[in-house]
Write a protein that binds this ligand. Sequence first.
Ligand code: SF4
Length: 141
Amino acid sequence: MSRNVSNEALQRIRRFVEKYCAKSGTSTHPDKDVTEAVVLGLAYHIDTLGKPLCPCRFYPDKKEEARHRTWICACDDMQIYKYCHCLLFVDEQGRPITEYLPDDHEGRKTYGLVKDPTPDQGRALRNMAAEREKERKERSS
Ligand code: SF4
């Protein structure tokens, strides 16, 4: 991914990733290029939208999507299920944690069951799963 991003946004995201890994008990991907691509995408969104909107999804209207908190990093799926679509926050082998996802979630279908190695950390919004699944159906996000 080749994008011009400000040094300020880049540093902000790098600090955030380091802190959020420690807080959630996750790791960055063993392939540094994976992490770098996501970091650059998040920094680009800070520069262009004012918020770190998830760079791994398609949005019909990015500005409209950025008004919701659903895909602002760390997104709802991360904070509820500890699942990162972008492979930014993963286990030490580079696998996204899928243990808490609903059975019909795309992450379960793609990666199977990946257990959480640090179940005592993360998932600050774990009690919001019902609301998230309602939104996923109603807003298709
Ligand atoms: S999937 Fe969620 S946690 Fe992962 S980079 Fe995107 S917004 Fe951040």
